[in-house]
Design a protein around this ligand. Structure first.
Ligand SMILES: Nc1ncnc2c1ncn2[C@@H]1O[C@H](COP(=O)(O)OP(=O)(O)O)[C@@H](O)[C@H]1O
Ligand SMILES: Cc1cn([C@H]2C[C@H](O)[C@@H](COP(=O)(O)OP(=O)(O)O)O2)c(=O)[nH]c1=O
Length: 192
């Protein structure tokens, strides 16, 4: 089972992945978490480039598209372990939402693994910007407004749930558990 969390920067993905992992493990499931970009050499290079002031320009976006796809290839095998619940903080769907042009990004990610369940944490852009450090060039209102709108279009192509990430941590967590329960054989109506 491959569950992917997506959402704009600061939407609460890492916070919620930790809470979901604990809940699934308390219910006897084996869980592994992944993060994209990874901590590989490619991932480290990506994190440096994300801080460049020209990160949103056409040529750097195309370069990032290539690097994100390469970084992702390094973890492909791990995503296909059917005995575990694999929860990933981002996926190729981030590339589709953040990078351009769409046709180029789709080709680069032709062989990327599709999620069994996609959870989009949908957060207000102003809240997102207030939660982030601003270190990365993507962390600005104009860019993230476009990314948020891309996400709302993209999710339609996947088995997905949109979670209102503007709520408090506990409410978001219980909405996520309700979305996940039936996929992993747990009782949805038992969640408070
Ligand atoms: N529902 C929430 N309400 C208020 N603050 C939150 C909520 N979820 C996360 N946060 C805070 O927002 C920041 C970004 O959360 P994080 O989980 O790192 O997001 P992401 O992984 O999507 O970037 C952290 O300081 C976290 O404690
Ligand atoms: C995986 C991926 C991430 N990104 C962006 C999204 C984030 O701005 C950044 C990852 O930085 P990160 O600090 O992990 O942000 P967050 O905590 O919000 O996930 O990289 C892409 O542009 N394309 C991609 O394919």
């Amino acid at each position: 089972m491959y569950i992917v969390f997506e959402g704009i920067d600061g939407a609460g993905k890492s916070t919620q992945i930790q809470l979901l992992k604990e809940w699934l493990e308390d219910n006897g499931l084996e869980v592994e978490t992944m993060v994209e970009p990874t901590d590989s050499e490619v991932g480290k290079l990506i994190r440096k480039i994300l801080q460049r002031p020209d990160a949103t320009t056409d040529s750097v976006q195309k370069t990032l598209g290539l690097l994100f796809a390469a970084d992702r290839m390094l973890i492909m095998d791990k995503l296909s372990d059917d005995k575990k619940v694999i929860i990933s903080d981002r996926s190729f769907i981030s590339s589709l939402a953040y990078q351009e042009p769409a046709d180029w990004i789709s080709v680069l990610n032709k062989y990327a693994k599709k999620p069994d369940l996609l959870l989009l944490l949908d957060l207000d852009v102003k809240t997102s910007v207030s939660r982030t450090s601003g270190e990365d060039t993507f962390e600005n209102e104009e860019f993230l407004t476009n990314v948020k709108s891309n996400y709302l279009d993209l999710v339609k192509d996947f088995n997905h749930e949109i979670i209102d990430a503007n709520n408090g941590i506990n409410k978001v967590s219980s909405d996520i558990k309700k979305a996940v329960a039936s996929h992993v054989g747990l009782c949805r109506d038992c969640i408070l």
